[in-house]
Design a protein around this ligand. Sequence first.
Ligand SMILES: C[S@@+](CC[C@H](N)C(=O)[O-])C[C@H]1O[C@@H](n2cnc3c(N)ncnc32)[C@H](O)[C@@H]1O
Length: 350
Amino acid sequence: MRSELLEILVDPVTGAELRLEEEQRDGEEIAAGVLAGTGARYPIVDSIPRFVLTEDEGQRQTESSFGYKWTKRDSFGSKGMDEALHAWFIDRYGFETADEMRSFFAARRRILDAGCGAGFSTSAWISENWNANGSEWIGADISNAIDVARERLGEFGGTHFVQADLMRLPFKSASFDAIIAEGVLHHTPSTERALKSLVPLLAPGGELMFYVYARKAPVREFTDDYVREQLATLSPTEAWETMRPLTRLARALAELGVEVEVPEDVPPLGIKAGRYDVQRLIYWNFAKLYWNANLAFEENVHVNFDWYAPTYAWRQTEEEVRAWCADEGLEITHFDTQEAGFTVRAVTPG
Ligand SMILES: C[S@@+](CC[C@H](N)C(=O)[O-])C[C@H]1O[C@@H](n2cnc3c(N)ncnc32)[C@H](O)[C@@H]1O
């Protein structure tokens, strides 16, 4: 763990300053230590301070399904997957290119990547020399995906890793001039509380960037909950298995390559008139059956698992998201609306 990180760490419960203690094991002092505050002690394992305290069962299940997914290293990160999903990520936040996104972050002093996972999205822009100006990037995640993030991004300058719950982060207030939470806030017990818990960590004039799921058509919402409830009772390995036939169905539908004309709006099902590829019509209105031919089969399974396996995966309306930002005095500077979700950039008063 590097000293730049220690400067901003506090006890996530009491807010007290933390100091580094050497740990004694069998009378031997070992390099990995613990962080101690007023009474509480937090271990540092593999150079990562560990602060996870949650006892919420749904959050625990969500954590373990993400830990499973991100440690399954052969299920993400092919060239096809990186190109497809990174381009979507960069574009939603309003950047033209990865270079433009990198320059944006390189101009910030300290960035928090809240719920960084294995660093999949961050790897769209981070690179060896990204922090020539001395910027620091701190990745925090509740799950053991943080170990994978360290393996993947730890070689880049100015990167730090913390295992923690974003509802109770171990950082001094006003520590960051940018916070990004890409696809994370809706995986907590409350999207609203998660968003609001990040705001005090922003320095005046700091920017909050986040992506949250949008509420879908009514039958699709029903199916989402129905499948998610079944998966919540399974181990991650079993849940992954159940996603394979679902993914094969998605592929079969996509390979049809057939379009259908919906002649007029169908209000009871929330379907709008228009011409649709049959797989996309089903995807948006009846059941998320993801298939992208640029991704390997297991990567497609990964995307379907990502959707159905975590117990917490709330969907929200645009009005809700805008109201939460207004409550916190955040000025929205960018609001990207897609069927899948909302990508927002908002700043605190300077
Ligand atoms: C869909 S993944 C996104 C990961 C990363 N932001 C990306 O785009 O590659 C969601 C991540 O949120 C993390 N997460 C869920 N609840 C969290 C919480 N309360 N605190 C911190 N991380 C959380 C999960 O462990 C998971 O790695």
